[in-house]
Design a protein around this ligand. Structure first.
Ligand code: NAD
Ligand code: DAU
Length: 341
């Protein structure tokens, strides 16, 4: 592995992963390939472009564009693709699933075809725990059947199935990791933690869905990146790896923690009508990734605390996004008139 194409590398996890890989492997070159949708942001990579000038490149293109993918692979002599590119927000997939089917399903197929054509060394897919669907008890193992319940989760599950089919049919050298909820630097403030942190800083309401008793495993993004690195170097071809802390936190407790860390009143919590089809609980069995020697450095609470600190220290980054017309339109469409009195 020498020349890695990080698709979706201008987004939240992809930009953290790009920085992580360039810092850890002085002989690797990383080419970020990104369409720069609303979630893609070159501000996330500004320091990377400056620090790693000779080992970093950026291609502004769509993973659904076969010619552009081919050109990037040839131009940069790519041997490995790590695919973060996706439409990622569940609420947006409920409003308008089209981009999810295009990018998450068709885009993955385009990348697989390129891996096949150029006989690349490796394709790694960044998957999600949402493919297992709602988990009322116990924890999902990698061999469990997928049972997605939102358009986003269904698009990600479809990609996983296609990747597995390419491995079986064409012997493609693939791996998949399925991550729990990430938090940390550069997360677009539509996801619950950065949304609640930035709203609380501005004394704005925190729109908590339903009864707030839904359960998530909030993991720190750099722990996730470290685990992806491990799968890339030590994972078995054809295998799936769950990645998360393996613990859980209720949304209401996550909300109280954010308010406490910011010294803000609980009166800011605004219950709103629940997300349709809301999965009440995800829980991952992380025995397999741990057996490769990985331990997350942060608990859910540590991860949220580090995230709160980052958003407090980086107001300019998120204010630029939140003050834009595109963000304001989305916020209005998603939250207006949804309050439960
Ligand atoms: P994000 O929304 O912050 O970023 C997605 C990136 O993909 C953006 O830079 C966007 O411009 C790019 N992109 C979208 N469509 C594209 C296309 N057609 N061609 C090229 N680039 C395109 O996402 P994220 O939260 O960083 O998630 C990254 C990956 O990790 C996704 O595959 C997601 O499903 C998965 N994942 C996310 C989480 C999480 O908690 N955020 C958890 C598990 C898995
Ligand atoms: O589990 C991994 C997944 O985590 C990733 O695959 C997705 O890309 C990522 O978006 C995330 O999905 P979630 O739906 O779990 O994340 P979100 O931040 O949207 O919501 C987390 C929880 O908070 C969920 O139970 C819904 C709730 N929520 C969310 C928002 C945006 C609220 O209560 N209020 C909100 O305004």
């Amino acid at each position: 592995m020498k020349n890695i194409l990080v698709t979706g590398g201008a987004g939240f996890i992809g930009s953290n992963f790009t920085r992580y890989m360039l810092e850890h492997y002085s002989n690797y070159k990383v080419v970020v390939y990104d369409k720069l949708t609303y979630a893609g942001n070159l501000d996330n990579l500004q320091d990377v472009a400056e620090r790693f000038n000779s080992r970093y490149a950026f291609a502004h293109a769509d993973i659904c564009d076969k010619e552009a993918v081919d050109q990037a692979i040839r131009e940069h002599q790519i041997d490995t693709i790590v695919n973060f590119a996706a439409d990622t927000h569940v609420d947006r997939s409920i409003m308008d699933p089209d981009a999810f089917v295009m990018t998450d399903v068709y885009g993955t197929y385009v990348l697989l075809e390129a891996v096949r054509k150029y006989q690349l060394e490796r394709y790694h897919q960044i998957g999600t725990d949402e493919v297992y669907g709602h988990v009322p008890r116990g924890a999902s193992k990698e061999a469990d059947p997928v049972a997605p319940r939102s358009p986003y989760a269904a698009s990600k599950a479809s990609a996983d199935l296609m990747i597995n089919a390419y491995h079986i049919t064409y012997n493609l050298p693939v791996t998949i990791s399925r991550g729990a909820n990430n938090v940390g630097p550069y997360q677009y403030p539509e996801k619950v933690v950065p949304l609640f942190v930035t709203n609380a800083i501005d004394n704005q309401p925190l729109p908590l869905y339903g009864d707030g008793l839904q359960v998530r495993d909030y993991q720190y993004v750099l722990d996730h990146c470290e685990a992806i690195d491990l799968v890339l170097h030590k994972g078995q071809i054809g295998e799936v790896y769950n990645i998360g802390t393996g613990t859980e936190m209720r949304n209401i407790d996550m909300t109280h923690l954010i308010l406490k860390l910011l010294n803000k009143p609980e009166a800011l919590i605004q219950p709103v009508i629940d997300r349709p089809g809301h999965d009440r609980r995800y829980a991952l069995d992380v025995t397999k990734i741990r057996s490769l020697g990985w331990e997350p450095a942060h608990t859910c609470a540590d991860a949220i605390e580090a995230t709160v600190r980052w958003y407090v220290d980086h107001e300019a980054w998120w204010r630029k996004i939140k003050s834009g017309e595109r963000y304001k339109e989305y916020y209005e469409r998603q939250y207006a008139g949804r309050e439960i009195k």
